[in-house]
Design a protein around this ligand. Sequence first.
Ligand code: PRX
Length: 642
Amino acid sequence: MALHGGRALLLLLKCARGGRSHFWRDLSPVPKLLCRARPLSSAAPSSLLAGKTHAELRELSAREPERFWDSVARERITWIRGFERVQDCDLGRGKIGWFLGGQLNVSVNCLDVHVAKDPNRVALIWERDDPGTEEMVTYRELLEMTCRLANTLKSHGIRKGDRVAIYMSMCPMAVAAMLACARIGAVHTVVFAGFSSDALADRIQDAECKVVITCNQGVRGGRVSNLKVTVDAAVKSCPSVKSVLVAQRTNHSVPMGELDTPLEEAMAQESCVCPPEPMDSEDMLFLLYTSGSTGKPKGIVHTQAGYLLYTSLTHQYVFDYCPGDVFGCVADIGWITGHSYVVYGPLANGGTTVLFESTPVYPNPGRYWEMVQRLRINQIYAAPTALRLLLKYEDSWVKKHDRSSLRTLGSVGEPINHEAWDWFYNVVGEGQCPLVDTWWQTETGGVCIAPRPAEPGAEIRPAMAMRPFFGIQPALMDEAGQVLTGNDVSGALCIGQPWPGMARSIYGDHQRFVDAYFKPYPGYYFTGDGAFRTADGHYQITGRMDDVINVSGHRLGTAEIEDALDEHPDVPETAVIGISHDVKGEVPFAFVVMKENVSENQEAVVKELRQLVATKIAKYAVPDHFLLGRVSRDSGRGLMFS
Ligand code: PRX
């Protein structure tokens, strides 16, 4: 496409900024630090994992990946029919398949197998918005809820392979909705409840969802959001939607239309038993939309067995999750972190997982630590944005609460700066708990690089992801596309060997999947991130290499924001870049070209532009800064933006 003046200038502006602005992170050498770790959980004596050090396991998983994955898949998954072939992958063609010929049901692995052993074990602790009002849901209760909801979906015409959108706040019903889909072989797509009705509609249309499951309202940080109203607006442009199931999170009654069914009432009519659908290992489990550098968000496809195995293994080994622990991942289920480490990983391991409905500062900045004390949380997994926000307050907000239950601290979603790392490690963990900076992506399914697993007492370096997980083979590429050998090198981060948790496709556009992830470096999966390999072989993520930015740990394509801004009638061109922000990591900055002959009331235009982004995407995507100007051509200096 030919670029006219404004566009060319704005692209130049982007390049002048280095395209991206994530280098706020200090990459200088960091002091070595030893963490006191207790031995990692031990595997069954018959297991391939038993008696081997983590270094030996990592070596085995790299040298004999088939043997490694074959063994862990047989051991950890309850199969309806055993698999015949461990993998059939060709990264060169973007073809990925694991555990072929096998059949399983993910909800059985997350619920029934634990109900059979210990039905009254707590599966979910619903940490509701108001502290001290938590509710426990046992495995038996969650299975019943899941089955009733699965039967309700069936009564609304949902069959194996149909897509169901979930637009809910953090509540047990949302988890039951995901597992109910898994029970009957439907494909869920959870849409973060902060997204606008337009963004929700885009995702529903792309996935052609037949049913939407929502709540009347959401509650977060003492504020109510009208989720049902947003769904009503979205489904107007979604002819595929035949029913909307509405759960009651609050007592507020909402108008119910022709499509709508009160969910709890419908579930009460259904049986609490629902036979699990046998699913092939490679049938779709869910779609999750995420931003890329171009175009609309893409529906990342994850499948059944490989995803389940990978999330359960990483959950256990990265966080040292042991039976009886309370796992506190404070992410929302609208993101991959919530899928993998609030729901699937912990439940596959029979764990007790916290569903956090609130914010880090509600009702005060001690919320996380008061919750740790009250629920006796053993692992807390949070985003650097929240930590950067909390460290601005007095340490007494942390210290007045008993954190002696904590054993592992985890960070995810964006680079963690040294100040946040030090505060988390020293103030929250009192220097006693290993802190794992975990690097991964929606596309990788689970953690790929993290300080653990490692031998007890192994060094953990501040603000560094460090070690590849079992079966992960990182490679750094130079600008010519050649693999960089040796240490003390930086390059494009790729992964050279398939692993079971990796995404399988982009829904409805497999070619885009191949082009985005497998074309740039043939034979490798390209992550979109850059990384540095230190002199002693550890990995440090340096940030995205494309036009994806990370705002408060939320991934956004600058092109998406530009598309929304470009809808303004007086704005022919825009360019958005990320600039650093001391709490949010990055925030969008918009350069806006105004039309020549439009009389300009800058304040009014900015207000309209803000509104456009909030309506088209979400409030968190609204640029913090706008620079409005006009493009002119100066014979001496070329294009001018002033
Ligand atoms: O740039 C990396 C950054 O987040 C991107 C993936 O975003 P998303 O798919 O939304 O998944 C986030 C939760 C897993 C990556 O490409 N990222 C994630 N973890 C880290 C990180 N950047 C630096 N350090 C991390 N630990």
